[in-house]
Design a protein around this ligand. Structure first.
Ligand code: ZN
Length: 251
């Protein structure tokens, strides 16, 4: 890991609370240009880590500090996600400069880094998101070529198994709105299509056209259930630890 300190950081209100991981692509022509911008005080953007295509990791901002990566964003009704998250920029030219697959050398390092962060900060699966999930009207990263399934197999984030949608399934805009909100997307009427595109990029990457087809509707149900299971497991785990804390003096 190499250090390249960025001035684009400030203090976290609650340094002990880091419970979210936000993944990005750099979306710039080269890694060098991206690193320069992420360290340029005039740009006011940064991330904690940058992972190059050959797997080199740069540390720009210490984790206990607030990096400027998520911008105007929202998840589960909460904004100022920079205050509670770690941000990783994954080098890729992005949709603007020639979006391409993330090489194996890069993905292996991203997987290792994410596993370590999730374990050390106890970040639950439903709090691992892409930038497009938390800013769907502005962002498309890390995009539909990013291998979320691989990360989920490593215990990072959520990727429920896909089932074949049954033909009797009805497609309802109201239900999809409800599903997206239950998963964590922050919605208003004008955000529903961008949020659906963000959902498709992440969970149904073969087609991200913002259309509510049967496959998308079925996937929404699967993903909603998986997020609910993750939240239930997390709240029961914290409940158990609280009970232990209360009961330990009784021994
Ligand atoms: Zn981003």
């Amino acid at each position: 890991m190499r250090d390249r300190p960025s001035p684009n950081q400030n203090s976290r209100d609650e340094p002990s609370r880091i419970d979210m991981l936000v993944l990005h692509y750099t979306g710039m022509a080269t890694a060098g240009v991206a690193l320069e911008r992420l360290c340029d005080p005039r740009a006011r953007v940064s991330a904690h880590y940058v992972v190059e295509e050959d797997g080199v990791i740069w540390r720009l901002v210490p984790e206990h500090r607030r990096a400027f990566h998520a911008g105007v964003s929202c998840w589960e009704g909460e904004s100022d996600l920079n205050a509670v998250s770690v941000g990783i920029e994954i080098v890729n030219p992005g949709h603007e400069w020639g979006y391409r697959r993330f090489p194996e050398a890069q993905m292996a390092v991203v997987e290792l880094l994410c596993r370590e962060l999730v374990a050390r900060h106890t970040i639950p699966p439903h709090r691992v998101v892409g930038h497009s999930d938390v800013a769907p009207q502005r962002k498309s990263d890390p995009g539909e070529l990013f291998d979320w399934a691989r990360l989920a197999r490593a215990g990072v984030g959520i990727w429920p198994p896909r089932s074949t949608p049954h033909t009797g399934l009805t497609v309802s805009a109201a239900q999809s709105f409800d599903d997206l909100a239950s998963i964590g997307y922050c919605l208003s009427v004008d955000l529903q299509t961008p949020a659906l595109v963000a959902f498709q990029r992440r969970f149904r990457p073969s087609c991200c056209d913002g259309q509510l087809d049967i496959e998308t509707a079925a996937r929404l149900t699967e993903v909603r259930r998986a997020f609910a299971r993750s939240r239930a497991a997390t709240s029961s785990a914290s409940h158990t630890s609280k009970l232990k804390a209360v009961c330990s003096p009784c021994k």
